[in-house]
Ligand binder design. Sequence first.
Ligand SMILES: NC(=O)c1ccc[n+]([C@@H]2O[C@H](COP(=O)([O-])OP(=O)(O)OC[C@H]3O[C@@H](n4cnc5c(N)ncnc54)[C@H](O)[C@@H]3O)[C@@H](O)[C@H]2O)c1
Length: 269
Amino acid sequence: MRIAMIGTGYVGLVSGACLADFGHHVICVDKDASKIEALRRGEIPIFEPGLDALVASNVKAKRLDFTTELAAPVAEADAVFIAVGTPSRRGDGHADLTYVYSAAREIAAALSGFTVVVTKSTVPVGTGDEVERLIREANPSADVVVASNPEFLREGAAIRDFKFPDRIVVGTSDERGRKVLGDVYRPLSLNQAPMMYTARRTAELIKYAANAFLATKITFINEIADLSEKVGADVQEVARGIGLDNRIGTKFLHAGPGFGGSCFPKDTR
Ligand SMILES: NC(=O)c1ccc[n+]([C@@H]2O[C@H](COP(=O)([O-])OP(=O)(O)OC[C@H]3O[C@@H](n4cnc5c(N)ncnc54)[C@H](O)[C@@H]3O)[C@@H](O)[C@H]2O)c1
């Protein structure tokens, strides 16, 4: 399949390289010309174990390329992924959707033939509706399905997370959209990764609900750590004692400084 990845940051670059490694033809697009020039020279702008070799082998096999020009890759693509940033908006903390919407307008102008436009960026419920509205407004004759496919990879374990995911969430009720995304992820479903097909709004909420739940686990065990100190208990043993209950699980129950990183703080806000 032909894939255009709009936004070649952490998620776009890792996803693009992994999808190329599945055998698809992927072109990663970014507005940042210095980033694209560096990638074309074989320099990887982020540190992610194994990513340099993965990019190099797929560039060599001519399945992965980088460009600043969005139009040609979008016109040729079966699936166009939007993987641009959605940082917290100054003031109210809402996800800043400026980059997503401007990418959607640019994509709309370049669409040709049946295309599935897939939002991979973490976006509030209803963003897919607005992306679809913008595309149809800018290009009323476009044969397009807008789907949601949130990403759950973790920085530092990103390639493993992408290639061996706990699940893949595909949010669209359109059969043609489901078929294209089923084909995109075929190597993973053949490998027994659970594919979950759902409605677009449900997929959008799954991403925030997952991050909110994980952040809650960290916050919860930190509260229990404070309580443990007060009552003379050992929080690590409390965590093990509750985590061995399968309904709770042992992961994300390590007391520490609280949650951080590039996603939990902004997504919980
Ligand atoms: N980083 C993570 O661990 C992670 C995990 C899961 C989901 N996400 C979500 O994925 C999305 C992307 O995150 P990221 O960490 O990869 O961001 P990032 O800031 O590393 O990359 C975003 C890239 O998009 C580019 N861009 C912006 N507008 C563009 C446009 N119109 N055309 C082409 N390129 C454009 C920017 O130049 C930048 O290189 C966010 O919504 C984030 O919440 C991130």
